[in-house]
Design a protein around this ligand. Structure first.
Ligand SMILES: [Zn+2]
Length: 326
């Protein structure tokens, strides 16, 4: 079709003004899409800034209500809560108690802002003394024993008022086990957002400092995914869909857009992506050094997630955007 080609076709015509560019813009990110992670530490009196994540602090448990109200007032619609536990043991039993930190922080957040969507991160690494995501048996994490505990933990979270259950332990069969446990406990309407394609990534470094869940040895490569594998990542997510997940997730973000885009072609479920701590730190430190324009880079990275197929974005930049706009 020669008449489709230059000089007849000039793509610059629709880039002439900001108004025209806005009219044909394919992707938009709004605060409606964003989920803000919050770190909550028990038994502390004042916020503790996280050096590797400029602008992010561990919030004292007692201040969580106030903090949640502030977050809501900035236009954020959803948060995911991470506990910093002072009561760790070999199986993370504090997270299995109705009066444990995990349950308390969900209740406190829900009481403070009932309309905010409260997401519980369901795993054990924040509550185990060894830092692994489940029950240790010999020198590995025991899949099926961890499933039983995860099932218990999620029911406790649902009881505490969690709007969405988000299992992140990467145990095989975890979504099915959780769905069954929630249904048996009458939480048939509580959705599961699975950290379905979660990689054993070095981008998590600053988070480990933030949540105090560094490993006492070893790594998570037997349950989290090999960063080199794309097809397996699709299998992971599609299995979780078959097990009853309501939302799937790719984590981390920027280095895994291919996985997100391929997954978008294969499922009709909403997709989440997690722009993790290392991605946040890289942007913050590069901006602080004057190498990049922070706001523009944030807009561009979040835009890339939407363009690749994400519906929801978990990002530490959510509050900055809420306060300062784009
Ligand atoms: Zn974990």
């Amino acid at each position: 079709m020669p008449n489709q080609l230059f000089p007849t076709t000039r793509l610059r015509r629709l880039r002439k003004s900001e108004t025209l560019r806005q009219l044909v813009r394919e992707t938009r990110v709004t605060l409606d899409d964003l989920i803000y992670p919050v770190f909550v530490e028990e038994e502390i009196d004042a916020s503790v800034p996280i050096a590797s994540m400029p602008g992010i602090s561990r919030i004292p448990e007692k201040d969580l209500g106030k903090e949640i109200k502030a977050i809501q007032s900035e236009g954020i619609k959803s948060v995911v809560l991470f506990g910093v536990s002072h009561k760790k043991d070999s199986i993370g039993s504090d997270s299995l108690k109705a009066d444990g930190l995990l349950s308390r922080m969900i209740k406190r957040a829900k009481d403070a802002a009932p309309e905010l969507a409260i997401i519980s991160d369901n795993c054990f690494c924040e509550y185990t003394d060894h830092g692994h995501c489940g029950v240790i048996d010999g020198n590995h994490v025991h899949n099926d024993m961890t499933l039983n505990n995860l099932a218990q933990q999620t029911v406790i979270c649902a009881r505490a008022g969690a709007d969405i259950i988000a299992p992140s332990a990467m145990m095989d069969g975890q979504v099915a086990a959780i769905r069954q446990a929630l249904d048996e406990a009458d939480f048939i309407d509580t959705p599961i957002m699975s950290y379905s394609s979660k990689f054993a990534s070095s981008f998590y470094g600053p988070f480990r400092a933030a949540a105090g869940c560094s490993l006492n040895g070893g790594d998570r490569k037997t349950y989290q995914m090999d960063p080199m594998n794309g097809r397996e990542a699709l299998r992971e997510s599609l299995l979780d869909e078959a097990e009853g997940a309501d939302i799937l997730m790719v984590k981390p973000g920027i280095a895994y857009l291919d996985v997100l885009a391929r997954l978008r072609e294969r499922t009709l479920l909403p997709l989440a992506i997690y722009q993790v701590s290392g991605e946040y730190a890289m942007i913050k430190f590069a901006a602080a050094s004057g190498a990049i324009d922070e706001k523009r880079i944030v807009r561009e990275t979040l835009g890339s997630f939407k363009r690749a197929g994400a519906d929801l974005i978990i990002t530490y930049f959510a509050r900055d955007i809420g306060k300062q706009g784009w």
